[in-house]
Design a protein around this ligand. Structure first.
Ligand SMILES: Cc1cc2nc3c(=O)[nH]c(=O)nc-3n(C[C@H](O)[C@H](O)[C@H](O)COP(=O)(O)OP(=O)(O)OC[C@H]3O[C@@H](n4cnc5c(N)ncnc54)[C@H](O)[C@@H]3O)c2cc1C
Length: 301
């Protein structure tokens, strides 16, 4: 039942009609629980609040389904404005973004040039930009772009997904600052482990590899089992706490976020904002279909 619900929610997350409708109506149906605001200033205010509790952030301006160069260029401007806003507000935050937002599906070189503009501005502020990873057909191209960027910039990192069979090889080839996640998209069994137990096992293995390699690891998970495994492994191997960080999504397991800060770990929260919240929101519901009841309750409020 849960698997069916997850699959249905992931299919709905790609519905363009619903996406367009959601944009018009602002943060509805409880989306404000997962999205920090419609505007940059609203999101910066939430980051200031997080920073006060010792949590740092990575901001993401939400955007899905780019279909023209103009839209991609608009996204570049928004990313630059976000970096400017972070610097102006003097909050502690990086930037996260997706290659499809910057036109990767239209033209790889155009996307690369867009990324170079963003990284150049980030460099001026001594800031860091993380490339989110999307569905598996886009994985290789995203990696190629990341490799090209790394020849010129040292303030860029990538995300890799534990559900993909290929990830161990990618991690070993790249030897880079990585965020490791389970993976959020609907994938065929030819590309990804279908069983959660196998994904979790691979996730632990990848975390160990990355830490043993001495490459910076951002472990992005709300799973206490994964987090405890990381803590124990790091402690056994004498890995310093500034070699890794835990990351979680805005509004999810805030209790665990605070607890980790109190224990002396670095915690970074992924803070999405903007009017294009629909696809992101549906993926969060798919991760935990129990959240659908929370939404239904909000519908009747
Ligand atoms: C900072 C960050 C960045 C990410 N970037 C990417 C990316 O670039 N590409 C990508 O494919 N995926 C990304 N993800 C999503 C990731 O792949 C998983 O889909 C997501 O994190 C859920 O997996 P989990 O490790 O939390 O474990 P799960 O086994 O899914 O969850 C463990 C526990 O966490 C809690 N939980 C998890 N999700 C929710 C939720 N939505 N609502 C309420 N409670 C929840 C529940 O208590 C659950 O039992 C990112 C995740 C984070 C935290």
């Amino acid at each position: 039942m849960e698997a069916l619900m997850r699959s249905a929610l992931l299919s709905l997350s790609k519905n363009r009609g619903l996406n367009d409708a959601a944009k018009k109506y602002g943060l509805k149906f409880g989306a404000a629980r997962f999205v920090a605001g419609s505007t940059l200033d609203e999101a910066l205010e939430q980051i200031r609040r997080l920073n006060h509790t010792g949590i740092v952030a990575t901001m993401d301006h939400l955007g899905e389904f780019i279909s023209s160069r103009e839209e991609a260029l608009e996204a570049v401007q928004t990313c630059i404005a976000t970096l400017d806003g972070i610097a102006r507000a003097k909050v502690q935050s990086h930037l996260s973004l997706k290659m499809t937002q910057l036109g990767m599906d239209l033209d790889k070189d155009f996307c690369l040039a867009n990324m170079e503009r963003i990284l150049t501005r980030a460099k001026e502020y001594n800031s860091f930009v993380r490339i989110d990873i999307e569905d598996s057909p886009r994985c290789q191209l995203t990696i190629n772009i990341f490799k090209a960027l790394r020849r010129k910039f040292d303030n860029v990192g990538l995300v890799l997904q534990a559900y993909l069979y290929r990830t161990e090889q990618d991690l070993m080839d790249l030897r880079a600052n990585l965020r490791l996640v389970k993976g959020a998209y609907k994938e065929p069994k030819e590309a990804a482990f279908p069983l959660k137990a196998d994904v979790d096992k691979n996730f632990k293995h990848l975390i160990e590899l990355q830490l043993k390699n001495g490459d910076y690891a951002a472990i992005a998970s709300h799973d206490a089992n994964i987090i405890n495994h990381t803590k124990q492994f790091a402690s056994r191997q004498n890995i310093a706490r500034d070699r890794f960080e835990f990351q979680m999504l805005y509004g999810i397991r805030t209790d665990l976020q605070k607890q980790l800060v109190q224990e002396g770990y670095r915690v970074r929260v992924y803070v999405p904002y903007g009017t294009d919240w629909y696809g992101y929101f549906m993926r969060r519901l798919a991760e935990r279909p129990a959240n659908v009841w929370f939404i239904l309750k909000n519908l009747f409020k």
